[in-house]
Design a protein around this ligand. Structure first.
Ligand code: PAF
Length: 282
């Protein structure tokens, strides 16, 4: 098994990507902030199916955290991450420093209107600008054939798709399905923050989305189901940020259930941990 190489400069990333491009190999980039769990690893496995060469970037991006958020405490486990990626025979890891990604007088920000507003964009107004900026940079640095993002951050996936389309960035953007723990909790690096008591409650977020989906599929009105689900979540100890039904393609609010088009979105705090989840109602 070849050792997975780690590069830390844009120059060495580009040199390797250029070699692969010249030999007409398909490349896939999986951008991450590290602290890799099985959700990330499923994206790497998907990338391996679709491309000849797989690159994973590991960079905890400061521009997507507000000053009051968890940038300083966000889990950083690069050695463990590298071992996991080695086990999957990942071809390359790009792990740049902050200085490599952002000059001291860095002054550009990519803003994607409309799709970035509402849901996570309402409670974390800085977030999608930071994500779009760093992903735009990573795509231009690597110029892969494709880049793969998890559907747990579904709004993020659509923001990136819109940005790539609007800016004519020649990279295909692919979504990978949400990977769940056996009790339904969507995998996330932030699940590590949950206390053991909160961890027992956390799967109820997904269970609630499933209950709403089942009820509306059985003909019950969407708005009433969402209202009662919110109050159930509150009673169970969640501080609900949002619980909404949106169109799966453009995130416009949906008042009535349309099979295969309505997606349920939720964000809620359990203690200090913010959980997000979503579910397409088929
Ligand atoms: O989803 C994430 O881990 C991050 O938002 C991303 C896409 C790697 C950008 O920093």
């Amino acid at each position: 098994m070849n050792k997975t190489k780690t590069v830390r400069t844009i120059k060495s990333l580009r040199a390797q990507m250029n070699d692969w491009r010249l030999s007409e190999q398909k490349t896939a980039l999986v951008p991450t902030m590290g602290s890799l769990h099985d959700g990330h690893l499923s994206l790497v496995k998907l990338a391996k199916k679709k491309a000849d060469r797989v690159v994973v970037s590991i960079f905890v991006n400061p521009t997507q955290f507000a000053p009051n958020e968890d940038f300083d405490t966000y889990p950083r486990e690069e050695k463990r991450d590298r071992d996991k990626l080695q086990n999957l025979e990942t071809d390359l890891i790009f792990a740049p420093s902050r200085k490599q990604m952002y000059a001291e007088d860095f002054s550009t920000r990519v803003t994607v209107d409309e799709i970035s507003t509402g849901l996570c964009g309402a409670s974390r107004p800085h977030f999608f600008g930071g994500v779009a900026t760093v992903v735009c940079k990573l795509l231009l640095q690597a110029l892969p054939t494709m880049a793969i993002f998890g559907e747990k951050d579904y709004q993020q996936l659509l923001v990136i798709k819109r940005m790539v389309r609007d800016l004519d960035i020649p990279v295909s953007i692919i979504g990978g399905p949400i990977i769940r723990e056996s009790d339904g909790l969507a995998m996330s690096s932030r699940n590590k923050y949950l206390t053991s008591k909160e961890r027992l409650t956390a799967p109820l977020l997904h269970a609630t989305l499933t209950q709403i989906a089942n009820s509306v599929q059985a003909g019950k009105p969407l708005a009433a189901q969402i209202r009662s689900a919110k109050s159930r979540l509150k009673k169970q100890g969640f501080d609900v940020d949002y619980l909404e039904a949106r169109n799966t393609d453009n995130l416009r609010p949906e008042k009535q259930y349309i099979p295969g088009k309505t997606r349920l979105f939720a964000a809620a705090y359990l203690g200090r941990t913010r959980l997000i989840d979503n579910l397409l109602v088929k």
